[in-house]
Design a protein around this ligand. Structure first.
Ligand code: HPA
Length: 284
């Protein structure tokens, strides 16, 4: 779907948020399916329904609250996006990734993207947390890029580099945070598809051969917009189900939401540890 947003439209959303919070966030956190409860940890929070924010894409999916929670967490001022919109809901990729552009215009330096994903690596079990070390942008390879259309050079370059999509320093902080919390942090490559149908066994064998460890329906386009806009990115996948490479099991959205209950405390530990280790805001 062609729908190109201008900087002025993104600015409308950013201005609304600035006018409705006392805080000036520097780190963004996007919470995936079933992971919304991570926002409960935020202190001194301002809560904004995203339905009130101009230009913001609506999420229609169960498990996505549609709220921004802005406040303090581990010495940082964070903007937490509880629930995201997906391409399969009918939005353009520019609309889906508008929240990342808004974070850019609000002056955030980093964003932590979380998602629920199917585990393709046979060693992964539901409940695992995977640090995303790289991504396969399958939806992009199929021609769907959030950067398609006119490039506003004030937001980023026409041909952005993607040699290091996930920030090395943030990855190291996540590994250190997980070690301190006694959590086994998996590492792997995330493949992003359009959804909403889950993958066939042959899709999954293809993804495994291509080097994917986990698969989901979000994140990759957000990473591209964040890198285009100069934000540093940390990606964490909660493995909600074993991808069904031989057709012997069925994957359901309910299963994805239920796995979130096991994953949220682990993710909370990693995210808290990363925030605690970041330079404090004065130096950021
Ligand atoms: N496939 C795609 N997306 C997902 C899955 C899956 O198995 N689990 C959670 N999100």
């Amino acid at each position: 779907m062609d729908e190109f947003l201008t900087r002025a439209q993104v600015q409308e959303a950013a201005d609304y948020i600035r006018a409705h919070t006392r805080h000036r966030p520097t780190v963004g956190l996007v919470l995936g399916s079933g992971l919304g409860d991570l926002a409960e940890a935020v202190e001194d929070a301002d809560r904004l329904p995203t339905a009130d924010i101009p230009q913001w894409p609506r999420s229609t999916v169960e498990g996505h609250a549609g709220r921004l929670v802005i406040g303090r967490l581990e010495g940082q001022t964070v903007l937490v996006q509880q629930g995201r919109a997906h391409y399969y809901e009918g939005h353009s990729l520019q609309r889906v990734t508008l929240p990342i552009r808004v974070m850019q215009l609000l002056g955030l330096h980093s964003v932590i993207l979380t998602n629920a994903a199917g585990g393709i690596n046979p060693e992964f079990v539901p409940g695992d947390v995977m640090l995303i070390v790289d991504q396969i942008n399958l939806i992009g390879m199929a021609g769907l890029s959030p950067l398609r259309g006119p490039n506003d050079a004030s937001l980023g370059p026409r041909f952005p580099d993607m040699s290091v999509p996930f920030d090395r320093e943030l990855r190291a902080l996540a590994a250190a945070a997980a070690a301190e919390a006694g959590l086994a942090l998996r590492q792997g490559v995330y493949a992003g598809l359009a959804g909403p149908s889950f993958e066939s066994p042959a899709d999954l064998r293809f993804l495994r051969t291509a080097g994917a460890d986990a698969v989901g329906m979000s994140t990759v386009s957000e990473v591209i917009v964040a890198r285009h806009g100069g934000l540093r990115v940390l990606g964490l996948s909660g493995i909600s189900n074993k991808a069904n490479l031989d057709g012997s099991t069925v994957t359901t959205h309910q299963e994805v939401l239920e796995a979130g209950r096991v994953i949220v405390p682990k993710l909370t530990g990693v995210v808290r540890g990363v925030l605690r280790r970041l330079p404090n805001e004065a130096r950021a």
